[in-house]
Design a protein around this ligand. Structure first.
Ligand code: PGA
Length: 256
């Protein structure tokens, strides 16, 4: 049985006061579900330390929204895996669609980041997903497969075990239009089968696959009810502690 995993991606939102309040609220409202559900929040870099403090002794994990693959040196503006570990990060998002499509990150760069994060002992959440025109052209499977094959290139099965996949159709992110539970399940199953082929079946059975894209309190239960949906990566709805906690509750109940 895969333990559900809910991530909160705060993106470029909050300020120092709101970030701390939100973290406190999440820690307090989610604590009762943490034996059944893994939870991490990913604030902006500059608030990681403050959020870590605010999470206190709760078991809500801390994650970053990105990382650079080099360990140190002349890379102005970048943040290393060691720096993330130093401030208490457990997880890191890699290949989020906004990094792919707004910042123009390539599969090759994403692969380097994944390798660096795994080597450093971080637990990456590797995001994949197709654009609307790619879905309309019937290319969803091809696009997601290629992102996974290129992103995971050179990563052995032992190392791949720390990775969580987030399937986030780009057309569903921040749009209010979520993939239907059936659409999510279809791609999640394809991803699991791909991992079985790339690695092996028992690893694929343990792999956690989150769905992301307009996940919110009122669709969390039906998404989590799908056999291959093991969690959610939540943007907008993770900025409200009550709504985020409701989604975590739904995850706990869906996978009883
Ligand atoms: P959304 O974002 O929940 O606001 O659609 C999800 C994500 O980008 O991770």
């Amino acid at each position: 049985m895969r333990k559900p995993f809910i991530g909160g991606n705060w993106k470029m939102n909050t300020d120092s006061k709101i970030a701390v309040e939100l973290a406190r609220g999440v820690a307090q409202k989610c604590q009762q579900f943490l034996s059944k559900v893994d939870v991490s929040v990913c604030p902006p870099f500059v608030y990681l330390s403050a959020v870590k403090n605010a999470l206190g002794s709760s078991n809500v994990g801390l994650g970053a929204q990105d990382v650079y693959f080099e360990s140190k040196g002349a890379f102005t503006g970048e943040i290393s895996c060691q720096m993330l570990k130093d401030v208490g990060c457990k997880n890191v998002l890699i290949g989020h669609s906004e990094r792919r499509h707004v910042i123009k990150e390539t599969d090759e760069l994403i692969n380097k980041k994944l390798i660096a994060a795994i080597e450093a002992g971080l637990l990456p959440i590797f995001c994949v997903g197709e654009l609307l025109e790619q879905r309309k052209a019937g290319k969803t499977e091809q696009v997601v497969k290629e992102q996974i094959q290129k992103g995971m290139a050179g990563i052995t099965v032992e190392k791949a075990k720390v990775v969580t996949i987030a399937y986030e159709p780009v057309w569903a992110i921040g749009t209010g239009v979520n993939a239907t539970p059936g659409q999510a399940q279809e791609v999640h199953l394809m991803i699991r089968q791909l991992f079985a082929a790339m690695y092996n079946k028992s690893f694929a059975e343990q792999l956690r696959i989150q769905y992301g894209g307009s996940a919110k309190a009122d669709n969390a239960a039906e998404l989590m009810a799908q056999a291959d949906v093991d969690g959610l990566l939540v943007g907008g709805a993770s900025l409200k502690a009550d709504e985020f906690a409701a989604m975590i509750k739904a995850a706990a109940e869906a996978k009883k």
